[in-house]
Design a protein around this ligand. Structure first.
Ligand SMILES: [Fe+2]
Length: 370
């Protein structure tokens, strides 16, 4: 068996680096981008910064929903055509970035429905896309996939051609992110690093990236939640979130399989859903593979850590940022667990969990997290 190791996109990082955007568009040979974002961003300082530097002819589509649907993708594609655009600026959280990346597929093949996705079709030569995250979590800015809801279910569109042409990581843009969202998105980044590091796929470069991402998150997440204008913490979180997404080209694990139905059934924020399941899945895994999390503990700066002290530390960090366990507090009902565990088992993420899980295991984990 051979492996393929590849590392993505050209990335610009630093406070204020958004200012270089017009130059980057010129370098890409485009001048009429469609900004794809969500309505919540329009009144924010982050969006105002973008507006200030936007040129004539830049169009805006701001209809992306928190868990984006195929209808969002169709509406954004129509806005691109109506605006006679030549490129995409995907600006916002993971949802806006996912929609911005994926509309280029619909533009390339208007004859084809996006879903079910035809991986084998010719997807070369897509419109240029610059991704600019305003949260530090999903890492969608460097991802090769978009998660889109069709008929009530999350579908993953994966293709290498979905990679952005350029990523802009400007910590100034996350300065105004409220503490709750900073916590939830940051927890998502942490889980990406933990699950990709412990996934059994052989990919040592990604393992190191994941461990360093955990190190940065351990230093910066609580600081960014408590003091939003701490630009050093914001910057570390942005880089760590990007690293988590680079690392999870190895794939994820059971935490993400449990989290996905919590969003589709109960509307939980993806990062919150991950955080509420994390300690229970870590305990489940460590009981069956002792020592699994020792190096996670080292990355977090613990001295002579073992699984238990590492899991305790992570539980404490999640509690410190307001993500104490208890799905009931978020409106999840015991009567939903059967249907959710069915969907969680159908989700492919758990196939790269370090320990095999059954549908019953997933049901039990939901019960523990309740
Ligand atoms: Fe995630």
């Amino acid at each position: 068996m051979t492996s393929s190791f590849s590392f993505p996109t050209n990335i610009r990082f630093g406070a204020g680096c958004l200012q270089g955007l017009p130059q980057h568009l010129a370098t890409l040979g485009v001048n009429k981008p469609l900004i794809v974002t969500d309505p919540g961003l329009l009144p924010t300082d982050a969006f105002k910064s973008l507006e200030k530097i936007s040129g004539k002819g830049w169009a805006v589509f701001s209809g992306v929903h928190p868990n984006p649907t195929i209808e969002d993708v169709e509406a954004a594609t129509a806005a691109y055509r109506a605006g006679k655009c030549d490129s995409v600026i995907a600006f916002g959280g993971g949802s806006a970035l996912d929609v911005g990346k994926v509309i280029r597929l619909c533009l390339k093949r208007p004859d084809k429905p996006l879903l079910p996705f035809d991986f084998e079709a010719d997807w070369s030569g897509l419109a240029p896309c610059i991704t600019i995250p305003t949260t530090a979590g999903t890492g969608s800015e460097v991802g090769r996939s978009s998660v889109i809801i069709k008929e009530g279910r999350k579908r993953v569109v994966f293709h290498p051609s979905l990679l952005a042409s350029l990523v802009i990581l400007d910590p100034e843009l996350t300065r105004g992110l409220p503490p709750k969202l900073t916590a939830a998105t940051g927890a998502d980044a942490l889980v990406h690093c933990i699950e990709s590091y412990t996934s059994p796929v052989f990919h040592p470069p990604c393992d190191w990236i994941a461990l360093e991402g955990i190190h940065l998150i351990g230093q910066a997440l609580a600081r960014a939640v408590k003091k939003g204008d701490d630009l050093e913490a914001r910057g570390k979180m942005q880089v760590a979130a990007m690293m988590g997404a680079v690392a999870f080209q190895k794939d994820l694990g059971a935490i993400h399989s449990l989290a996905h139905p919590l969003s589709t059934f109960c509307g939980l924020h993806h990062g919150t859903a991950n955080a509420l399941c994390t300690p229970f899945v870590m305990k489940f895994n460590a009981e069956r593979l002792p020592g699994l999390y020792r190096r996670v503990g080292v990355a977090l700066g613990l001295s002579q850590p073992d699984d238990a002290t590492t899991i305790d530390h992570i539980s404490g960090l999640l509690r410190e940022i307001g993500l104490a366990p208890g799905l009931r507090a978020y409106g999840v009902k015991e009567s939903q667990l059967d249907a959710m565990s069915k969907q969680a088992f159908e989700d492919t993420c758990h196939q790269t969990n370090p320990v095999k899980v059954t549908r019953n295991d997933l049901r039990s984990l939901y019960q523990l997290a309740l």
